[in-house]
Design a protein around this ligand. Structure first.
Ligand code: ADP
Ligand code: ZN
Length: 728
């Protein structure tokens, strides 16, 4: 039974304010219960909070303020409060910021009918003004979507009055929030595809986990095209048949469209979607429906983990190794790890699916913490591509060209046979560097420690850290000499130029995230390519993920050495994963594919492992190195990022922390640094990093909390803790 507090009782309420904590209030008229969403006075404002427990006491009851009202929303479940608390402890994030992740939906708790939404009507305004025109433009641009008053006004940059003024003429319709429009039912009884033997065995193991009703994590490993998706859809079906909810996380919004279509074909209806491309009206609907148990299956980005599911029975993390599961701004968390935490608290199963698992998951499976299921072969007649290196030292590639004669010949052969080739280069834009040939100056971003990248399509220089752009200057900003600025090195746009010059008869398509204004445009392009409307596809890592191009039989990696430079201990793992994924794009149809890696170091152990496909050997060697270095997954790491408009105060604080590290040393942890962070300056802020390394099993979070507790941050200095950093 939920704990209930009668009117006037002390309750502790957690608010989602930046420095919020649990504060005492008095229960309102009619009382309130544990987990209730409430509105409370805070200073001069009224803010949303959650009843977190009984009050602490200690304050004069006469001075306590009263809870304003209980909002009309499903109370937060114990499981969710435990999840937020544990996640906050793990990531060393204030609980209030965790609550914020879980309540990031506007109008939460509003009664049906209390919220009104606005959309385009048939009528014309009696009088047109520029602000009115902007409102109508926004509504046209978003088709049939509905907005709340404040959303629409904010989107159009006008006052609420302007929107209201358009209602009488019928140009804008004002309606009650369509809150209770239910989702179409998915039918988990519909039969799926007839599974191959190893698929059936894997599906059966996952379904047994679902049937147990308890927690468990399984690593589902299989090359791209082996049929992992079909397998975990069986687990989704089993979960839905039990009447529990399922969540599928995908690393990239661009992948959702294809997935939704597949789910529809399997279960007869589309699942609910949750990501940044979904309107806030839809998000609010899903937030409520998830809480009422009415959203059976949710497909979404990492933040979907914080939805208030009524009874979550399964979380699938597809492409679990993908680095986009790590949120690098605001609350720093890895959605893969948080999925495991959440599932362990609500007795759910987790499926981590990947062709190239993270070393973390591989090690957890190796240690028996996760179950492991392997799909050995590609489904049906498709086989893995043949892999080979092109030794660039032996190739006579013209200066300023990046496609070697050997690769050129293979592409040409495909053109003759109406087959597609993919040229992979993980660099957006035209050229990574713009250099003055008079003085050697390289054009950098004014706000970041990064070079500006020429984007010829946009005819601008772009900073890939902060997005700042500027025109390509005529004269060198350093020496003032005109006409000497030159692009150096290849990006996908430049590679496309080379391909067009080499193969004038071919249709060349470029797939790079910055070339598409919307997910829809990208999807259309992917479909066109799959349908055979291109001969040569030039792509960044966007193409590495999950797309199926049946006519593609050749993958050429332009620079296989690109990711191996630098001192990052994860570089080998990342390169291995990326290269295997990209190679997996070749030959998904009935013909065998070929993947060619252009490299200057064909005997490098990572390149060798990619070519031979000896994955277990690669993981074991990698694991040994990490174990010897005492780094994850065999040791623990945390980064402390200090950032400020000037570098000096950040360095000074870093130095002070490094000297006063008693709290760390007591638990056997070591601190390294301060040093410039991997990205040393972003948006005008200098970033300095300390790295903390500790043996497994030490109370690292507690030690770090104690260590940084004495720090009094001046207004401009920020300190962020990054548990399990991506690079070290
Ligand atoms: P993965 O998720 O491992 O990349 P998919 O599940 O997407 O693999 O399967 C690859 C292709 O093979 C898809 O087009 C899928 O529809 C097809 N496929 C997989 N399993 C089966 C099956 N048992 N019967 C028919 N087609 C299947
Ligand atoms: Zn920048």
């Amino acid at each position: 039974m939920r704990e209930v507090f009668p009117e006037g009782a002390r309750v502790g309420v957690l608010t989602a304010q930046p420095l919020g904590r649990v504060l005492d209030y008095l229960a309102p008229e009619g009382g309130c219960g544990l987990g209730d969403y409430v509105e409370v006075p805070l200073g001069p404002r009224r803010v949303m909070g959650v009843v977190w427990g009984p009050g602490e006491g200690g304050f004069d009851a006469a001075k306590l303020r009263r809870v304003g009202r209980v909002l009309d929303a499903q109370p937060m479940r114990d499981e969710m409060r435990a999840f937020l608390t544990r996640a906050a402890d793990y990531t060393l994030t204030p609980l209030s910021l965790m609550l914020r992740l879980a309540t990031r939906t506007p109008g939460l708790g509003e009664a049906p009918g209390a919220l009104r939404v606005y959309r385009r009507g048939e009528g014309q305004p009696d009088r047109m003004t520029p602000p009115r025109a902007r409102v109508l433009e926004v509504l046209e641009a978003f088709g049939g979507l509905s907005f709340t008053l404040s959303e629409l006004a904010a989107e159009a940059g006008v006052s609420a009055g302007v929107v209201k003024g358009l209602v009488p003429s019928g140009a804008v319709l004002e309606e009650d929030l369509p809150r209770d429009r239910p989702y179409p039912r998915l039918d988990p009884a519909r039969p799926g595809k007839a599974l191959a033997e190893d698929q059936a065995a894997a599906a059966q193991a996952l379904c047994a986990g679902i049937a147990s009703g308890g927690y468990g994590t399984t690593l589902l490993k299989g090359v791209t095209g082996s049929g992992k998706t079909e397998v975990y859809l069986e687990a989704v079906a089993a979960c839905l048949r039990q009447g529990r909810q399922a969540l599928v996380l995908l690393p990239e919004i661009a992948l959702t469209a294809e997935f939704l279509t597949r789910v529809e074909a399997r279960f007869g209806a589309r699942p609910a979607e949750w990501h940044s491309g979904v309107t806030s009206v839809e998000r609010r609907r899903l937030w409520r429906m998830a809480g009422e148990g009415a959203a059976q299956l949710v497909v979404g980005a990492r933040s979907a983990l914080f939805l208030p599911f009524q009874d979550l029975g399964l979380i699938v993390v597809d492409e679990e190794h993908d680095s986009s599961y790590k949120q690098e701004e605001g609350v720093l968390y890895n959605a893969r790890d948080m999925a495991v935490l959440r599932a362990s608290l609500c007795s759910a199963q987790v499926v981590l699916a990947s062709a190239t698992p993270s070393l973390e998951s591989w090690a957890n499976a190796d240690a028996g913490k996760y179950a492991r299921l392997d799909l050995a072969a590609r489904f049906g007649t498709a086989t893995l591509p043949e892999m080979a290196a092109i030794d660039m030292r032996a190739e006579d590639t013209a200066p300023g060209r990046w496609i070697s004669p050997a690769l050129e010949a293979e592409v040409r052969a495909r053109l003759g046979a109406s087959r597609q080739s993919l040229l992979f280069l993980n660099r957006r834009g035209y050229a990574p560097l713009t250099v003055c040939r008079a003085c050697g100056h390289m054009i950098g971003c004014d706000h970041c420690d990064a070079r500006m990248v020429e984007h010829r399509f946009q005819q601008r220089l772009v900073c890939h850290q902060c997005g700042e752009t500027k025109p390509i200057p005529e004269t060198c900003p350093s020496c003032g000499v005109a006409g000497k600025l030159a692009p150096v090195g290849p990006g996908v746009e430049r590679l496309a130029e080379e391909a067009v010059a080499l193969f004038p008869e071919a249709r060349v398509a470029v797939l790079s995230s910055d070339l598409f204004g919307s997910a829809r445009a990208l999807k259309a392009q992917i479909e066109a390519i799959a349908g055979g409307e291109a001969d040569i596809i030039i792509g960044t890592q966007l193409v590495a993920k999950g797309h199926n191009f049946p006519l593609l039989t050749l993958v050429g990696v332009i620079d296989a050495d690109l990711g191996l430079q630098g001192s990052d201990l994860r570089a080998a793992e990342r390169t291995f994963q990326l290269m295997r994924q990209v190679a997996g794009r070749a030959g998904r149809g009935s013909e065998r594919g070929l993947a060619l890696l252009q490299t200057y170091q064909p005997e490098h152990p990572v390149i060798r492992a990619i070519l031979t496909g000896d994955e277990e050997g690669f993981w074991r060697a990698e694991a040994e190195e990490r174990r010897a270095a005492g780094v994850p997954p065999y040791g623990r790491m945390a980064g402390i990022i200090l950032s400020a408009p000037e570098a000096k105060p950040a360095f000074d604080l870093g130095t002070w922390l490094a000297r006063n590290d008693g709290a760390l040393r007591r638990v056997g942890a070591q601190v390294f640094g301060p040093a410039p962070a991997p990205v040393a300056r972003i948006r005008g802020r200098h970033r300095v990093r300390l790295l903390v390394k500790a043996p497994k099993g030490v109370p690292l979070q507690a030690a770090i909390a104690e260590w940084v507790a004495p720090v009094k941050l001046p207004p401009n200095l920020r300190l962020a803790v990054d548990i399990d950093p991506q690079s070290f």
